[in-house]
Design a protein around this ligand. Structure first.
Ligand code: AMP
Length: 414
């Protein structure tokens, strides 16, 4: 039997319902702050991610689904959505609009990672990006919005870690200092960290290796090396979060998987989750738009994984299916009348279903009960229907044309 590809999953109706609620919360919370929905293509030119995510990242080196489109173009299923949103911002001249341009999305991403709980090869992200503002208020607002979304979706036991990466110049100096530090401790580092000292020294902070962790405890920290402007920017972000009553942990070792972050970085985790505890994160990426050949444009944003949010969320009671009317058949030859009555009922704003499985009348009534139908109309001979109130059990004969008016009247009286 053919199965869904490894690392992918089907969204069955019960979880589709849960996702719909989460989406409605995002729409409400982000919409109230002026973020508008955007949707970009599922695949993009590979170059976009090579540049916009960074050649040295795991994502670009190992995790992209890249293919030749047959015409000699290299395309990639989007592994993340910030770079595509920035591409769209430039392509549609949004840098000429009033700034910042505030956008949000809910879309799928693709990464060829080893699947486990909370880590999939196709997964969904909520994301918000504010492009064209360098204000610390933008960063603080984005963080608060994500906190509110996580709360609205009932994500349990969340924690927020926060740091600042400074600007590229500070990072370049710091990078040299860190690289030199790592070289003097080469023999104590894990092999994969040692191999990448010059390519991506910040990675060493992420290592799970005990020897490397011991070395990194004494490593120079970027937070202690921030330029005064960046330090001040960070102070404002922190003060705003304090005012908002949002608790966070300062974590100078916080590094994001992506290369383009500057200044503010943050991550929400949930203690409900196991190894893959990251629920959502983001930060400021002032260099990205320029990297994509746009004008210098400050920006910040976040992405949060839908599956991890729902894994860490309080279970919602399943929403009962609402069916106002089930149209049953006393005999098979009433089917055209039944079909039309169901259509009419929906046009009148009722939720209506009709018998589609050739059940006996007894079977049809059982089915109507199972799906929670409020009324059943049994189509009989000569334009007569038996209308049954499933709650009281009361039933009476009436004209087929009177079924809908009677239901509407009865519902108004309730
Ligand atoms: P990132 O773009 O790597 O910062 O990821 C942002 C968020 O997307 C993470 O915090 C996770 O919630 C989610 N995420 C990232 N990768 C995966 C994956 N392979 N499967 C499921 N969720 C993911």
């Amino acid at each position: 039997m053919i199965q869904a590809p490894r690392g992918t999953f089907d969204i069955l109706p019960e979880s589709a319902q849960q996702r719909k609620l989460a989406e409605a919360e995002a729409d409400r919370i982000l919409g109230a702050a002026g973020y508008r929905r955007i949707e970009t293509p599922t695949f993009e030119a590979t170059e976009l991610f090579a540049r916009g995510v960074g050649e040295a990242t795991d994502i670009v080196q190992k995790e992209m689904y890249t293919f030749d489109d047959g015409g000699g173009r290299s395309l990639t299923l989007r592994p993340e959505i910030t770079a595509p949103v920035c591409r769209a911002y430039l392509e549609h001249g949004m840098h000429k609009l009033a700034q910042p341009v505030k956008l949000w999305y809910l879309s799928s991403c693709f990464r060829a990672e080893a699947p486990q709980r909370g880590r999939y090869r196709q997964f969904w992200q909520f994301g918000a990006e504010a492009i064209g503002s360098e204000a610390p208020e933008t960063d603080a607002e984005l963080i608060v919005l994500l906190a509110e979304l996580l709360e609205a979706v009932s994500v349990k036991r969340t924690r927020l870690r926060l740091s600042s990466l400074g600007t590229p110049a500070t990072r370049a100096d710091y990078r040299e200092e860190l690289t030199a530090f790592l070289h003097t401790h080469e023999s104590e580092l894990a092999e994969d960290v040692r191999d990448r000292i010059d390519l991506n020294p910040m990675r060493a902070f992420d290592s799970g290796d005990a020897g490397t962790q011991a070395v990194m405890r004494d490593a120079p920290k970027l937070l202690d090396r921030l330029h005064p402007d960046d330090a001040e920017h960070f102070e404002v972000v922190r003060a705003l979060l304090d005012d908002a009553g949002l608790r966070y942990e300062l974590d100078p070792t916080l590094v994001r998987g992506l290369d383009y972050y500057t200044r503010t970085v943050f991550e929400f985790t949930s203690d409900e989750l196991g190894a893959q505890s990251g629920v959502g994160g983001g930060g400021r990426y002032d260099g990205l738009i320029e990297l994509l050949d746009g004008p210098p444009t400050p920006a910040s944003g976040w992405a949060a994984g839908v599956e991890r949010m729902l894994l860490a969320a309080r279970e919602l009671p399943p929403a009962p299916e609402l069916v106002d009317l089930f149209v049953a058949l006393a005999k098979r030859d009433g089917s055209r009348t039944a079909f039309e009555l169901a259509l009419e009922a929906r046009r009148a704003g009722l939720q209506a279903q009709l018998e589609l499985a050739g059940r006996s009348l007894k079977g049809q009534l059982k089915h109507a009960d199972r799906i929670g139908a409020r009324y059943v109309a049994i189509i009989g001979d000569n334009g007569v229907a038996t209308l049954k109130d499933m709650e009281s059990g009361e039933q009476h004969d009436t004209g087929v044309q009177d079924v809908i008016p009677e239901i509407l009247r009865a519902e108004r009286m309730r």
